[in-house]
Design a protein around this ligand. Structure first.
Ligand code: ADP
Ligand code: F6P
Length: 319
């Protein structure tokens, strides 16, 4: 292993830059030539690489987004696209690849591994929905960003006696909604992992109103439904107008938290060490407060779960 490349793919996440920095610095420290691939798998197919030196990752540990840029590529999902990427890697003489991204990115990495490219995955997505790891880089920062927004919305909801629905990201997972909802004391948290009924939501609002609570915060995971759909249901059932806030891309940006910088540094360093040890076709994960690595195909079979005890705890605390 002499020459390796690193890319970021899928939705960007705070801490991706800290992970790139760790890969580049640890790689050079261990005597490797490290190349950056621009725009994820699209850049991999197009040979859009550049050599990274120690200075190329200076001043980025605190920055959100990804200096390598990210992209989604339909072509790369095809065998033709994957072959194009392999030809391009071979032409550049690159013999190892580190990808930073989510589930989809790892599916692509698994395909590259099966075609003989030594590949390692680092989990990075604000959704925290990747199988095989309890933590993905970006989640902690995104929770805190959502929390900050919800805290502010609560101030005005209180002042105006409003019902506010806040839609957060997460794809099919409820992690972000559960954490942001529990930590902000939301009156209701609606996540894909738990069935909800509009009667229950309305009962909780009315129960609060009876004890003098005239505002309500509802945190809704995007994987359940659009906030406007919920708003219509509440308006119809309660006869009161609810307000809607979709936090959107706000949640993906911003300076990474200390926790995300730490995880990104640990995982980036580990990815280099694994490649040097000749380990390939694995993703790095965080389990029971330890770094682990497991083959992509084994990780794919694990189902991502959330702690339902936290969900029930939140319900009991926000009555
Ligand atoms: P994330 O990595 O955040 O889950 P996506 O699901 O959009 O984001 O995946 C990122 C990219 O990974 C896709 O645009 C595609 O190029 C690649 N990818 C996703 N699924 C597959 C697949 N089944 N086979 C090959 N490549 C894939
Ligand atoms: O995977 C991260 C994520 O932010 C999801 O929560 C969201 O559904 C999706 O990406 C949106 O991605 P984009 O609009 O960039 O396609």
């Amino acid at each position: 292993m002499k020459k390796i490349a690193v890319l970021t793919s899928g939705g960007d996440a705070p801490g991706m830059n800290a992970a790139i920095r760790a890969v580049v610095r640890r790689g050079i420290f261990k005597g490797l030539d490290v190349y950056g691939v621009r725009h994820g798998y699209a850049g991999l197919m197009d040979g859009d690489y550049y050599q990274m030196d120690l200075g190329s990752v200076g001043d980025i540990i605190h920055r959100g987004g990804t200096i390598l840029r990210s992209a989604r590529s339909e072509l790369f999902k095809t065998v033709e696209g994957q072959q194009q990427a392999i030809t391009s890697l071979n032409d550049a003489g690159i013999d190892g690849l580190i990808v930073i991204g989510g589930d989809g990115t790892f599916k692509g990495a698994s395909k590259l591994t099966s075609h003989g490219v030594p590949t390692i995955g680092i989990p990075g997505t604000i959704d925290n929905d990747i199988s095989g790891t309890e933590y993905s880089i970006g989640f902690d920062t995104a929770v805190n960003t959502a929390l900050d927004a919800i805290d502010k919305i609560r101030d005005t909801a209180y002042s105006h006696d409003r019902i506010c629905i806040i839609e957060v990201m997460g794809r099919k997972a409820g992690d972000l909604a559960l954490w942001a909802g529990l930590c902000s004391g939301a009156e209701s948290i609606i996540i894909p992992e738990a069935a909800f009924s509009i009667e229950d939501i309305i009962n909780r609002i009315q129960y609060g109103q009876k004890r003098g609570k005239s505002h309500t915060i509802i945190v809704l995971a995007e994987g359940v439904c659009k906030a406007d759909v919920l708003k219509d249901m509440i308006n119809k059932g309660l006869g009161l107008e609810a307000s809607v806030m979709v936090l959107g891309y706000l949640q993906r940006g911003g300076s990474p938290s200390a926790y995300d910088r730490m995880m990104a540094s640990k995982m980036g360093g580990k990815a280099i060490d694994l490649l040097i040890d000749g380990i390939k076709g694995v993703m790095i994960g965080w389990k029971n407060s330890q770094l682990v690595h497991l083959p992509f195909e084994i990780a794919e079979k694990e189902k991502h779960t959330i702690d339902m005890a936290d969900y029930h705890l939140a319900r009991s605390l926000s009555i």
